[in-house]
Design a protein around this ligand. Structure first.
Ligand code: UDP
Length: 245
């Protein structure tokens, strides 16, 4: 895996890119799926696709609905809220599909919740076949189960399809020893082990997702995708973000 040592030639063949729903939201207008952001994200995905890298995209739904906030703010039952959150990922996935197709990138959307009119059902062998045929696969519907997250979905799908790394796109440029917004002296890690991250109680992913990655030795690169060409830099092994391995 060459996703982090500077200047090295790319060896990564298959990746899972985890996009949280928030990535698609415009912080100024509050628009849930902002057209310009969507376009920029897809342009970045295309630039990686054009390198011949097989891409599994796991998209979240937090810009539209989160199970827990449904419980807290609206009194929705947790399981109902979680299904609503999973449906939100389908909406985001379709937006990404449409935009990527307009850029002539072949795409297939695979849903963990059967929804035959809009997506194929998630079947592992089908997913790997699409990847081999150089189609970007968008995994929607989370794991298909309440009480999980799309980070866990990314950990699960990455392990299933044999991806070499999970690229977790965020709005911050990596993992710090403390919150960089509150503490100007916070130090960013370039690289950290799973054990160290656990010991320092660093928030990389939720506990289930983190444990799955640790157990399956699945490296996670946390990086800022708002940085110019962030995703491409990450797969080309440029020094970007924090690698947990
Ligand atoms: N969700 C779920 N099971 C899953 C994946 C997601 O129940 O396997 C629900 C959960 O309510 C979550 C919501 O879908 O809050 C949206 O996913 P997530 O919060 O992971 O999205 P992100 O924060 O990445 O945008």
């Amino acid at each position: 895996m060459q996703a982090s040592s500077e200047g090295s030639e790319t060896r990564v063949k298959r990746i899972v890119l985890k996009l949280s729903g928030e990535v698609l939201r415009c912080s100024k207008s509050g628009e849930t799926i902002d057209g310009t952001i969507l376009h920029d994200v897809c342009k970045q995905v295309k630039s990686v696709y054009d390198l011949g890298i097989e891409i599994g995209l796991v998209v979240g739904g937090g810009n539209i609905f989160r199970g827990l906030s449904g419980v807290e703010k609206r009194g929705v039952a947790r399981t109902t809220g979680d299904y609503m959150g999973m449906m939100a990922t389908v909406i985001n996935g379709m937006a990404l599909m449409d935009c990527l197709e307009k850029m002539e990138v072949p795409v297939r959307v695979l849903s963990a919740i059967e929804m035959n009119k809009v997506a194929e059902p998630y079947i592992l062998r089908r997913a790997t076949r699409h990847l081999e045929k150089k189609r970007v696969v968008i995994f929607v519907g989370g794991t298909g189960n309440p009480y999980f997250s799309t980070d866990t979905t990314a950990a699960l799908r990455a392990s299933e399809i044999g991806a070499e790394v999970i690229l977790k796109a965020t709005k911050v440029d990596g993992i710090y020893d403390k919150d960089p917004v509150k503490h100007p002296d916070a130090v960013k890690f370039d690289k950290i082990s799973f054990a160290e991250a656990l010991k320092l109680r660093l928030k990389v992913m939720d506990a289930t997702a983190f444990a799955l990655c640790q157990d399956n030795k699945m490296p996670i690169l946390v990086f800022n995708m708002n940085q110019e060409g962030g995703i491409k830099q990450a797969v080309l092994g440029k020094k970007i973000g924090t690698l947990v391995s």
